[in-house]
Design a protein around this ligand. Structure first.
Ligand code: NBP
Length: 471
């Protein structure tokens, strides 16, 4: 009974996390439902301080007190199944960590369930895929602060580091960690779609894969520097071994999704927060998956030829501005949702710290997260990221090219749902006057909903006897 840490679930994420924890000097016990997986894993790493357990009893007995057990199995039912099997074997005060992509409401339920039984529970979002898990992920743990204190040394040692700071912080109680991970995934959807729209515009302007690789390589050396821009440059440079041509041109244009984007949208609607960029990204995936219907419609529904006549160098700058501006909007919306939910739940979230731990390890890591961190450090009560002076200046600088890109694309019949949704949000948000006066008139007309007047104090409501409409 002397392992520092135990992990259940030796699929991709679990195996890599175990190797990461072990590499920081900890002895790790491992258990997997299918025993052969455990045996193969342990024997593949004879030089590592690993204890492979054939049963959960053996696993639990191999851990030093208080036991620290991380569950890394498929989200949903499997997590509850593992917890149920663990409960009779653990002692009060032992710590259970769920590191999968659990829905935050499940985490809240488990937090209460296990807390009532005297166990300590942490629901931690882990981002960065296989490589992140092995070399250093971004970790978003939620649960009691006192439990976080016990886990802190291990979590800080395995997390990615940026400027020496570990990409992990205590997010808040209960489901806060998994909630923030969910929104992180939504933001990831937005980032990916925005890059795809930039690509589509360049394609219509005649850029070949080599030129695209150059554009993205250059962008990755500037203010757009990020993991997703970097891998995109590598994707364009990748040749298909069979034809010697760009591999990307052979990949079918239908995307899948696992559900975190959908959860993010549902939560935004519940909180009455606009996340139109992420919305557009999720819907773009849905539309992409309707390949057969799109092929049919392409034969009958007309539009202009998707051709853009612009000087390539100038277009690159314009699309850069459109992409960056849209990305700022997407983060402004995602962070607005996190802030709103944090207040609603009394989670005491620190948006600056959340942005800071996304700077390394995770899929959305990007240079501009430094500026987001700064913005919230300067003003923790910032009402919207767009209104932080640094981002206000950028948006003011970019907005002209941004409009031009949305217009050029629209006139050429190239769909830019995320670029235009972002611009629509920007223009709505900065409109002192919106046409909702008419909307209120309509509502009062058919439903006697009443309205307020521009020439009377707020809070005074009026109703008009509108003419009768027959038929
Ligand atoms: P999977 O999500 O594919 O889960 C496979 C693991 O779950 C195996 O170890 C399997 O054991 C175990 N398992 C299942 Br399925 N049902 C079980 C049950 N009833 N009892 C016990 N064990 C059970 O693994 P993953 O891709 O490594 O992901 C793990 C978690 O991390 C998920 O929540 C995922 O969403 C999250 N995540 C994944 C990534 C990624 O890039 N893959 C990134 C970030 C987060 P078996 O071997 O006996 O079938």
């Amino acid at each position: 009974s002397n392992s520092d840490f135990g992990l259940i679930g030796l699929a991709v994420m679990g195996q890599n996390l175990v190797l990461n924890v072990e590499s920081r000097g900890f002895q790790v016990s491992v258990y997997n439902r299918t025993t052969s997986v455990t045996e193969e894993f342990v024997s593949a790493h004879p030089d590592k301080k690993l204890v492979g357990a054939k049963s959960l009893e053996e696993f639990v007995q191999s851990l030093a007190a208080p036991r620290k057990v991380m569950i890394m199995v498929k989200a949903g039912g499997p997590v509850d199944a593992v917890i149920e099997q663990l409960i009779p074997l653990l002692d009060k005060g032992d710590i259970i960590i769920d590191g999968g992509n659990s829905l935050y409401t499940d985490t809240e339920r488990r937090d209460k369930w296990l807390g009532d039984l005297g166990f300590r529970f942490i629901g931690a979002g882990v981002s960065g895929g296989e490589e992140g898990a092995r070399k250093g992920p971004s970790i978003m743990p939620g649960g009691p602060a006192s439990t976080w204190d016990v886990m802190k040394p291990i979590f800080e040692s395995i997390a990615a580091k940026v400027d020496g700071e570990p990409c992990v912080t205590h997010i808040g109680p209960g489901g806060a960690g998994h909630y923030v991970k969910m929104i992180h995934n939504g933001i990831e959807y937005g980032d990916m779609q925005l890059i795809c729209e930039a690509y589509n515009i360049f394609k219509a302007a005649g850029f070949d894969a080599e030129e695209l690789a150059e554009v993205f390589t250059e962008w990755n050396e500037g203010d757009l520097e990020s993991y997703l821009i970097q891998i995109t440059s590598k994707i364009f440079a990748q040749q298909d071994p069979e034809t010697g041509k760009a591999l990307v041109d052979y990949i079918l244009d239908t995307a899948g999704q696992k559900g975190t984007g959908k959860w993010t949208i549902m939560n935004a609607v519940e909180n009455a927060v606009v996340i139109s960029t992420i919305n557009a990204a999720v819907e773009a995936r849905i539309l992409s998956s309707m390949k057969d219907k799109r092929v049919e419609a392409s034969k009958v529904l007309e539009g202009p030829k998707p051709k853009i006549d612009e000087k390539k160098k100038k277009l690159v700058k314009k699309v850069h501005d459109a992409l960056f501006a849209s990305k700022i909007i997407s983060y402004a919306q995602g962070l607005d949702l996190i802030a709103t939910m944090g207040k609603e739940k009394n989670w005491g979230l620190d948006l600056g710290k959340i942005a800071a731990i996304w700077r390394g390890g995770c899929i959305i890591r990007a240079r501009f997260l430094n500026d987001i961190t700064d913005a919230y450090r300067k003003n923790p009560e910032l009402s919207n990221l767009m209104l932080a002076p640094y981002f206000t200046d950028l948006l003011n600088e970019f907005q002209e090219n941004w409009r031009e890109v949305v217009s050029i694309a629209t006139l050429a019949g190239i769909p830019v749902p995320a670029f235009s949704a972002s611009l629509g949000y920007y223009d709505s948000y900065r409109s002192a006057v919106l046409p909702a006066n008419l909307l209120q008139a309509q509502r009062d007309f058919f439903g006697a909903h009443t309205y307020e007047r521009t020439d009377k104090p707020r809070g005074e409501f009026f109703h008009t006897e509108w003419p009768e409409v027959i038929g």
